[in-house]
Structure formats: C-alpha cells, structure tokens
Design a protein around this ligand. Structure first.
Ligand SMILES: [Zn+2]
Ligand SMILES: [Zn+2]
Ligand SMILES: [Zn+2]
Ligand SMILES: [Zn+2]
Ligand SMILES: [Zn+2]
Length: 737
C-alpha cells in the first residue's frame, strides 16, 4: 500500500499565502477594514460574504429620529503622547441611551438592535445594590447601581450627592435623574470597589444578631474563601465573618429567622428597620430598571416593525410604531366568515412571526368579544386604520408585554410611597392579566405559566402561539414551559426582552449538540443571517460594536471635579478581569467558556472579533480560542510559519469532514482489508504483547466521528502508528521463526 500522506492531506491546488488568515494584527483600526475586505479578495466566496456583510450592516439601522449625543469631547484625554495618530475621540459611552434606536449617518457604530435584559444574570443581579468606589486611597464614594447596559456591559452608578456623609435614608427615586452618575465597568481594575450582594443577619460572638450587608470587592486579593465582608446597619462597622449558618443567615424583611429569633441577646430595632428599608430600596430600584428596559424594548419593537414595513414599501413612516396604539381592522378569515370590523389595541410586535398581537374590544356589529390574536395588520384585507396616531406617550398597560424582572408585591404590602404609584398598577396588571394581550384572564382560561418569570399567558398570545394539542402533550410529558423572553440566546447567552429568542435553523457549518435547539435573539439572528457566528462555539460577533467598545478602552476620561466635590468617574483604560464577583464563574447552560470572554473589553485572549481565523473550506470565521490556538501559535500562523494551520485551517465541522474523507480514502487503498478492523486474538494471539498502541482504520473513523480535535494532523500520526505497528509485529514474528 503506497499512500503519500504528505500529499494526501492537502488539496493539490493549494497555495500557501502567508498571513492570510488573521483578522487583524493591530486591533480595531484594521478589524473594521477586515469586515469589508476579509483578506481574501481573490476568492469569490469571500467577496460574496463581504458584500453581504456590508449590505447587512447598512440595513441594521432603523428609521427613527436621530439622537444628538451630548458634546462631552472635553472629557476625553489621550492615553499616550501621540494623540494625532488616534483620530478623534470616540462617541461618549452612555448606557442610558445605548439602547435607543438611532440612525447613525456617520456609520460610527452599530446601534443596538434589541434590548437584552436578564435580571438573573451575573450583571443583572447587581442592579439595585449599594456600591462603594475608591476614587483614590481612602477617598470612598457611596452610590447605588441603577442600570446595567447590555450593549457596553457597563453599570450605571447613581452617586450619593454629598460625599463623605453616610446618609442611608434617601429615597430610591431621586437617583434616576441625578447628575452625579458614573458609568463604569464593575470588573475594571482601575477602581477598587465594593458591591453589596446580600442582606443578612450577621453574628459576632458575644453580640446580638445584627442585620448587615455583605460587601464584595472586585479585587481578588481582598477576598478569602469561605469568608464574607459584612457592614452592619446603623453602625457602619465592618467585620469579616465565616460564611456559615452559625454566623451569617439570610435576611427576609417580613419573617425573623428562627435561629435569630431564639437568640438571647436583644435585636436592635433601628438596625432591623434600616435593613427592611434597604430591601425595599433594592427592590424598587430593580423594578425601576425593569420598567426602563420595558420602555426601551417597546420602542425597539416599534422601530423594527417600522423597518419591516418600510422594506415592504408600505410607506408607514408616518404611522410611528403601532405597539400601544388603538387600531381598527377588518377581519374575514376562517374564524370570521362574515367579516367584522374590529377596534383593538396593538400589544406587541413579533419579529419572528412578522405579526402584531392585537387585543380586541367587543364588536359593534356582532356584540361578540374576540380573543386577542397575532395578525399581520398590514395585509391588504385588514384595511388598517390607526385611531390615535398622535399618541406620543404610552400607558402603564402598554409596558406589560415587555416587562420582565419586575418584582410584584401583594397590594396590601406595598409601602405607602408606592401604594398609589405606577408600581402598584403594574403589580395588579401582572397578577391579574395575560402577559401578552394584557386582558383579564377568565377562570376557565388555560394558565400557561412560564417556569422562569412566572408570567401567565393565553396559549394564543405566546410568540409563537401554541396549539391546545401541543399544550396537552407538554402537560403529559411534564415539559416545563419557558416563554420566549426567558429563553436564553445561544449566540450571546443573553435574554431578549424586545423580541424574545426563537428557534433558528442550524447552519451546516455550525458544530452544535444534537440534543439542543439553536435559539437566537434578534441581534444574533441578524448576525447568523450574515454568517457572523463562530462555527465552533455558536457565538455571534459584530465588528462595529467591537470597535466602538474597544475605542473606549483606549481613551481615558479625565476625572472632573464636580460642585459638591464628587469626582465623576467615567471610562478607564484598565484591563478587565472577568469573574471577579462570586457567582460569576457559574456558566450558563450549554456554555463551554464564560460568555463574558466574548465581550469586546475582555482582557482574555482568543475570543473576540480580532482573534479569529477563517476556515479555508467554508469561509466562516472561527475564534482562535475556540480552535484551541494559543497567542504564540496565532502569530506563527499569520506569519505563515505554522506547520499545519498556515497551510490550511479548518473549522470543526470541516475538519471532521476532512478526517472522514482522508480515512475513507485510506480504506479504499486498503484493498485487502489488512488495516480495516482491530487485530483480534484469533488472528494473532501474541499481538497485544508486542503492540502496545494498536490502531486501525475502523478505530480512526470512530475517533473522527466522536472527538473534538483542533486539526487533522492526528490522521497522519495514527496512520504512521498503524503502519509502524504492522512493520514491528511482522519483523518480530519473522524473527521468532
Ligand atoms: Zn392573552
Ligand atoms: Zn418567562
Ligand atoms: Zn443573542
Ligand atoms: Zn468561538
Ligand atoms: Zn469550515
């Protein structure tokens, strides 16, 4: 058998071009070029891909009015001595507006295309809690985390107005519009900071149980395994305690913990009420955040719907968004054989179904009450009329379908400050109405409850709706129901409160477990349609967004002295260390690497938009980290010196295919079946004594099917091992004779 492995491994027309695979050597300036040119202008596949991408990015901005970012250019100072090489300072990072729908005429950055908000994610969980930031040395300022910006991954901190004064009794509402706000990356090492993560009963020997805040530092060296840093309410004193039930117990405002209740020493009443206030404050701020994201999501939904309408040449720019508006439509489908003109309210837009969820009023003609339904209101026979075109603001009701992470409290238990507020209305709406159509649920309606958010839906109000049969089957199989907003995206591991995550067909180049479904958010769906996903890890990528965030890292803002003496903190250039708070290291379901590694500001190498390689077979870009390539190897590859990848780099699916092709080519050559299967005891009784590592083509094929390997060089190794085994064994056997 004569097979040249050397030639067999590579296609005969293969030409080595050095440095052709690296996306960019110098960071963002080139990576935006890379997104257009893609390094391989000579091949038509790459050119098509590049043009698709350009086209796509162009259409991702939606037709809503343009925001003028405030001029904050004087805040920026350059990091090094050669500012002229860096170009103008980047747009200010303003998480408050990053989710706004903007038309970027300057094409400076990709606008957010959806609203990601997950109150239970490592970053979402931090919203509402107290924070302390060290500006310099012992100069600490207090504040509260009021928002998390899913676009830039920064948190917004409302700083306490008077520096140095430990005033814990101010209300939560005044924070939101405060001037004294900072937007920071919590895991940025520039600031030493402490974030409250739990309210507990803490016990120091000889003292009474005392309510306290557990404060976590972002500095790894400030932490000790199994111990927590607590700050006692009312006294401001701090202590480090062992995190065990003997000294630290969870605090709930309405019920005193039994162990705490039994203790001999008297509890401090003032500290207890301070802790109860703090619980309320955290909840109120988190609810405010949920409302904030609901509003953004609703606007985003309207913007997407507008874009969809425009591309259909419906010319509906003047309609504004339909969500929240009253409309009149004609229905004459199967359910309405005689036709009926109905008045209703648009509740939501589904980008997945390209339909609007409409709840109807009682029909004037038939006096019937129609169930809410998903309808393409733009269809000709609907004869859509918008009744309140001029409606500018929206009602509390309008927010319900977009409201996620809102903590409801029974009506009687609301604090006086909130008893008559919008929060109280929302609590009522969320407990009594359908989360989709916002209509009352009748006692005989099916209660379709989301396992994650506990929202209740009509079956027909789900996006997409499910049939009664499907529902009955799910009940039988004990399949838990999770609504589309609570379904995490496999492209970014975030939750999409504007559009939800929906099943996407598997691209042939994606290496994906058979047992799972590829659910994608609106942002990642766009990315997948433009082939901006890593075939090895399924994560999506975005050059423009990446550039925007990277530029922020390169520029540092000067610290501005404010009137009250507080220093305004903004972006810094320090590296980010992920997983610096407890719980951060827990990976979401299905994730192999920490999703935070894919963030543009990550200090970890191998998972961002820059460190990618293009697969020579399918032309899809792969993260170097996902391909198991180190930084050194990556440099070698782009210099053209890597023995394997510089000649050909393949994604996981293409590599598997290549391995199988090679092995079946070897099987073809092995006409006598000499190497077809493992050598058995029967054929050669003493084989295992002589050959320690047996190998055969069948085993190789099995391995090719089942393992995750970085390249196919092992095929050569295994082939050589197989041949060597044969030579060794035959020589030994003939020697013995
Ligand atoms: Zn409903
Ligand atoms: Zn849900
Ligand atoms: Zn996504
Ligand atoms: Zn990847
Ligand atoms: Zn490939």
């Amino acid at each position: 058998m004569q097979i040249s492995v050397e030639l067999g491994l590579l296609p005969s027309d293969f030409v080595v071009i050095s440095g052709k695979r690296k996306r960019s050597a110098k960071g963002q300036a080139e990576s935006s070029k890379a997104s257009k040119g893609h390094h391989r202008p000579s091949t038509t596949a790459a050119a098509t891909q590049a043009s698709n991408q350009t086209k796509h990015t162009g259409s991702s901005s939606h037709g809503v009015e343009k925001r003028h970012p405030e001029d904050t250019s004087d805040h920026y100072a350059y990091l090094d001595d050669a500012p002229e090489e860096r170009g103008p300072p980047p747009e200010p990072m303003d998480p408050e507006h990053s989710l706004d729908v903007t038309v970027s005429t300057k094409k400076v950055a990709a606008p957010a295309t959806t609203v990601h908000w997950d109150p239970d994610s490592p970053d979402g969980r931090k919203v509402g809690w107290k924070i302390k930031i060290a500006l310099s040395g012992d100069n600490w300022v207090d504040g509260r985390i009021v928002r998390y910006d899913p676009y830039t991954h920064k948190h917004k901190i409302a700083l306490d107005r008077e520096e140095g004064k430990d005033d814990k009794n101010h209300g939560g509402n005044e924070h939101t519009e405060s001037d004294d706000a900072a937007w920071i990356w919590l895991r940025n090492e520039q600031h030493n900071l402490q974030v409250a993560t739990r309210i507990v009963w803490a016990h120091v020997k000889g003292y009474a149980w005392w309510p306290a805040l557990v404060m976590e530092s972002n500095m790894r060296e400030d932490r000790r395994d199994g111990y927590v840093h607590v700050e006692f309410f009312g006294s401001g004193e701090v202590s480090v305690l062992r995190d065990s039930p003997e000294s630290v117990r969870d605090f709930t405002p309405d019920a005193i913990d039994p162990v705490v209740a039994k203790h001999k020493k008297k509890r401090n009443v003032k500290a207890y009420s301070l802790a109860c206030n703090e619980c309320q404050l955290v909840r109120n701020v988190r609810n405010e955040a949920a409302v904030f994201y609901a509003e953004k999501a609703m606007l985003m939904a309207n913007a997407h719907a507008n874009a969809a309408m425009k591309s259909n040449n419906k010319g509906t720019g003047s309609l504004g968004g339909l969500v929240g508006k009253s409309i009149k439509i004609h229905r004459s489908d199967v359910n309405y054989p005689y036709g009926d003109t109905l008045t209703g309210t648009v509740r939501a837009f589904s980008s997945f179904q390209k339909k609007w969820l409409v709840s109807f009023e009682i029909s004037e003609q038939t006096k019937a009450k129609y169930e809410a339904a998903w309808i393409n209101v733009l269809a000709k026979d609907c004869s859509l009329r918008v009744l309140d075109k001029a409606k500018k603001s929206f009602d509390t009701e309008d927010l319900v379908p977009y409201l996620y992470g809102f903590n409801t409290i029974p009506a009687g238990k609301l604090d006086p400050q909130h008893a008559k507020s919008r929060d109280a209305d929302l609590c009522k709406l969320l407990t009594e109405r359908c989360h989709g159509c916002v209509e009352y649920r009748k006692p005989d309606d099916i209660q379709c409850v989301c396992k994650e958010c506990s929202s209740v839906f009509h079956l027909s109000c789900l996006d997409p709706p499910i049939s009664l049969d499907t529902w009955i089957r799910m009940q039988k199989d004990n399949t838990p129901f999770v609504c589309s907003r609570c379904t995490p995206c496999r492209g970014c591991y975030q939750k999409d409160v504007a559009f939800g995550c929906h099943v996407h067909p598997l691209p042939p180049t994606l290496s994906f477990p058979n047992s799972e479904t590829l659910n994608l958010c609106a942002m990642c769906k766009e990315a997948y349609d433009a082939e901006r996903f890593c075939p090895n890890c399924a994560h999506s990528w975005d050059d423009k967004k990446f550039d925007k965030v990277r530029q922020q890292l390169e520029f540092v803002t000067t610290k501005k002295k404010r009137k009250g003496g507080t220093t305004l903190i903004q972006d810094t250039a320090s590296p980010l260390v992920f997983g610096s708070f407890s719980g951060d290291e827990i990976l979401p379901l299905g994730a192999k690497v920490d999703p935070m590694l894919f963030y543009p500001e990550t200090s970890n190498w191998g998972y961002t938009e820059v460190e990618m390689l293009v697969c020579d077979a399918c032309k899809v870009w792969v993260h170097a980290g996902c391909a198991g390539i180190t930084e050194d190897e990556y440099d070698t590859i782009s210099d053209g010196d890597h023995p394997i990848h510089s000649r050909e780099f393949l994604c996981r699916v293409c590599c598997r295919k290549r391995c199988k092709d090679l092995i079946s080519a070897l099987q073809q050559e092995d006409r006598t079946g000499l190497f077809a299967v493992p050598v058995s005891e029967k054929v050669a009784p003493n084989y295992r004594d002589i050959i320690k590592n047996p190998m055969d083509l069948f085993t190789m094929l099995e391995r090719a099917e089942s393992e995750e390997y970085q390249n196919y060089a092992w095929v050569r190794d295994m082939f050589e091992l197989m041949v060597l085994n044969a030579l060794t064994f035959n020589r030994m056997v003939s020697f013995e004779k």
